[in-house]
Design a protein around this ligand. Sequence first.
Ligand SMILES: C[S@@+](CC[C@H](N)C(=O)[O-])C[C@H]1O[C@@H](n2cnc3c(N)ncnc32)[C@H](O)[C@@H]1O
Length: 246
Amino acid sequence: MQIDARTVKKHFENSMSDYDQNAVVQQICAAKLISELVKISSSFTNVLELGSGTGLLTKEFCSSCSFDSYTANDLTARSKFYLDKILRKYDFICGNAEKIKTNKLFDLIISNAMFQWFSDLKKVVDNEFCPMLKSGGILAFTTFSPDNFKEVRSLTGLSLEYKTFDELKEILSEKYKILYSEEFDYIMKFNTPLELLAHMKHTGVNSLGVKKWTFVDVRNFCEKYKELYPEISLTYSPLIFIVQKK
Ligand SMILES: C[S@@+](CC[C@H](N)C(=O)[O-])C[C@H]1O[C@@H](n2cnc3c(N)ncnc32)[C@H](O)[C@@H]1O
């Protein structure tokens, strides 16, 4: 199931003050993405960052790369509060990254932990992002594969419609040359299922379903989790792609 942008925005706005302390995997993804990107290039003219959030990726990027102009985007204007502390000068486009309208051409479009919410990823990368890239421009992003939060899915049936590593490779290879790709798992452990739920809430990744959970839903979830996953483990399965417009 894909979740509408309004719900994603609401969950992120509620999580932003706790996000950086809890976003362990998103921080690893941002660091890995930049360490691979700089092997390809570390100097850019026009950069567009999608889903900038609290600026985890922005910080990583700015500490290793140079650029002439930076444009950031997020569903929520609150992202600007964080970016103002990182970037001296930048443009901000508030709204859905799937519908950005700009006349600027970019040599880098970059994004961390956001593409999993697109309702039609192929349409977005082919019809929206590709035309915004200069010839030879780079699209560098991280997202997640279907094993992401597999424990939660097995208990609730709730999951986003993640693409597999191979599906993404196929989707991208029509208009882009794949320069780097990686998939890995990262397993987090918690003391209790409630702690795990709090972690998901504080990172805004509780945008898995539309229905609000009742007290009984939470209690049943916690009991089943302890029974099936006594170590209270939660699997993250990130994907990293750096591709170049053909
Ligand atoms: C998991 S956070 C990642 C934030 C940041 N990129 C990082 O490195 O930590 C995802 C961010 O993407 C934003 N987002 C989600 N869907 C979006 C969309 N369709 N368009 C623009 N921003 C979106 C959310 O508001 C949130 O700030």
